[in-house]
Design a protein around this ligand. Structure first.
Ligand SMILES: [Zn+2]
Length: 588
């Protein structure tokens, strides 16, 4: 762990989780816990709980959970060290001396931030040199005002292999730093040269205002049209959005998701100051979650071409997962928002946004485009396909509206369409029921982790493993018992085994076993699972017997699947022997 435990204890003592969460969520006390509306998913009834005793939060709806640091990581979109810094600053605490390696890494990051800032400054200054009229003209031709160019810090990288290297080394930056910031490339012979040459430059700025990377566009039609910084210690494509540093303070109650830098800049200039773009890749789930922290509504405004529409389709799926209300803008007679605003003006564009359609309408058209609706057979297939999609819409009214629309498109009666939708609903209901039955039938009636990537393969064993962990967290004295009788290799769920191994290690080193010692160490989804496990709590009392029962259950499962075999003994015999011992209440 990058931070010393004594410091983290102090940090957590000075940042009570109830107090911190209250700044984002209205909490009401009920019993020992507090409840409110989850800030990480859209809900009308509060399923978000905060436990002051355990200093954890847990959402029964979306499964999010963790300690106070995880909460800040999620709420503010920060990395673990940055969330720690944030909380330390808030409590007026000094960040302690860290280990030499961490100190070095932190210093290195600070150098890279400074370097990117200086490089941005250099590109900006270069743009306005008289000899670079062509580059200035590029932005002017795109209709950008000087004010907009300054606001976005636009610049120009000259047509040279070493202009930036010279300028930055003169400022005292090393070649390694230039390499690590992604500003230069290395040739096969090992020489470094400017990565961006003869390109107009778009600085990428994080929410905290640091320049962290660049996008560069050619002035003509040469390839590649756009070149972006690679991933660096300060730049993670999937975790940043272009112009979020500006859009986060918008007064609009919606965000606009555009396709490229120029679209975003044109939108901001036209007064749409909540436009953002993903960075040269398709939208990621992380980016969608970041957007959902700032707004409930998003309007996708991608290019009208096939690639743009396909990207919109993917973006819908990702954004819906974050419970965002998604609309899709259709831009008549123009290839992108920039072109439309230039031709028709900002008010016309505002109208488009207001009239933009729910993503369902967009989907129907996408489905319809796959079929030739003049052809009878194709029409039937279209209705099936559309019905499958409608069955997924929760609101009955919405479902009927769109089903009616699809019926019209295919030239069939609304009734025919409804029959198809009802059939599809029936199929999906049956599927859900079967899944529920499977869950009830499982001996312990437990739930899979919310995150599918952590799915349990052996439910009976996993439930016992969860229970073991809950006990060990509640009473550290039990850890020695577990260590003696339960081998980590017997855990069926890799994530639970990983937690168990760390519990043993912490205990061996005489360290506290609590959520705090796992923050920043577990991945966020694993952290959510751990808080889900710990949430129920345990009544005071003696739990040795209980622990032993869970350990026996895990052992039995391992004997059954052949993980545990007694040397030379028939597995069936081992099984029977342990079963007998269990029945006798003996420990084995
Ligand atoms: Zn939630």
């Amino acid at each position: 762990m990058p931070f010393d435990r004594i410091f983290l204890d102090e940090l957590s003592a000075r940042n009570d989780i109830v107090e911190i969460v209250s700044q984002y969520v209205q909490l009401k006390k009920s019993g020992a816990n507090y409840f409110g509306l989850c800030p990480f998913h859209n809900e009308k009834t509060g399923s978000f709980s905060v436990s002051p005793d355990k200093q954890i939060f847990h959402c029964f709806g979306c499964g999010a959970g963790g300690g106070v640091i995880t909460f800040i990581m999620k709420a503010e979109g920060l990395t673990f060290p940055d969330a720690v810094r944030y909380l330390a600053e808030r409590a007026g605490m000094q960040i302690p001396e860290q280990g030499e390696a961490e100190r070095k890494a932190a210093r290195h990051r600070e150098r890279l931030y400074a370097l990117c800032r200086d490089a941005g400054r250099y590109y900006y200054d270069t743009l306005w040199r008289p000899e670079n009229r062509t580059a200035q003209q590029y932005f002017i031709n795109r209709g950008l005002s000087r004010r907009t160019m300054n606001r976005f810090g636009l610049g120009y990288a000259p047509d040279s292999f070493h202009a930036l290297i010279d300028a930055m080394t003169a400022k005292g930056y090393t070649r390694e730093e230039l390499m690590d910031a992604g500003l230069v490339s290395r040739s096969e012979k090992g020489h470094i040269y400017d990565r961006f040459r003869n390109r107009v430059m778009f600085p990428i700025i994080d929410v905290r205002g640091h320049v962290i990377a660049f996008g560069g566009r050619v002035l003509d039609d040469s390839k590649p049209k756009y070149l972006n910084s690679p991933e660096t210690p300060i730049f993670h494509k999937s975790r940043n959005l272009f112009a979020l540093n500006l859009s986060k303070s918008t007064k609009n109650d919606y965000f606009i998701l555009a396709e490229g830098y120029m679209d975003v800049i044109a939108l901001h200039q036209a007064g749409f100051d909540s436009a953002v773009a993903s960075l040269g890749t398709s939208l990621t789930e992380e980016q969608a979650r970041i957007i959902a922290r700032h707004t409930d509504r998003i309007v996708i405004s991608y290019d009208a071409d096939g690639a743009g529409q396909a990207a919109a389709q993917r973006a819908i799926d990702i954004l819906k997962k974050c419970d965002l209300q998604v609309k899709v803008l259709r831009i008549p007679g123009a290839k992108d928002p920039d072109e439309f605003i230039k031709a028709r003006g900002a008010d016309a564009f505002r109208n488009l946004i207001e009239r933009s359609e729910d993503h369902n309408a967009f989907r129907i058209e996408q489905i319809a485009a796959k079929y030739d609706l003049e052809d009878d057979e194709a029409r039937v297939l279209f209705l099936r396909d559309a019905a499958r999609m409608f069955a997924g819409i929760e609101s009955t009214i919405e479902r009927e509206v769109y089903a009616g629309r699809a019926a019209k498109m295919a030239g069939v009666t609304a009734e025919a369409m409804n029959v198809e939708v009802r059939r599809e609903l029936g199929i999906q209901r049956k599927r859900r029921k079967a899944a529920e039955r499977r869950e009830i039938r499982s001996p312990v009636g437990l739930a899979q982790p919310k995150d599918r990537s952590l799915a349990y393969t052996d439910m009976k064993s996993a439930k016992a493993e969860e229970n073991v962990l809950r006990l060990l967290f509640s009473d550290q004295k039990l850890i020695a018992v577990a260590e003696k009788d339960l081998q980590p290799a017997w855990f069926s769920a890799p994530v639970l085994r990983k937690i168990y191994e760390r519990v043993l290690e912490l205990n061996r080193n005489d360290q506290m076993v609590d959520v705090l010692s796992f923050e920043g160490w577990l991945e966020p989804n694993e952290m959510s699972l751990l808080s889900a496990i710990l949430e129920p709590g345990i009544p005071a009392g003696e739990h040795r017997g209980e622990l032993q029962e869970y350990i026996n259950t895990i052992r039995m499962q391992r004997v059954k699947d052949g993980t545990i075999t007694q040397a030379g003994e028939d597995p069936l015999l081992t099984f029977g022997r342990i079963k007998k011992q269990n029945a006798g209440g003996q420990t084995i």
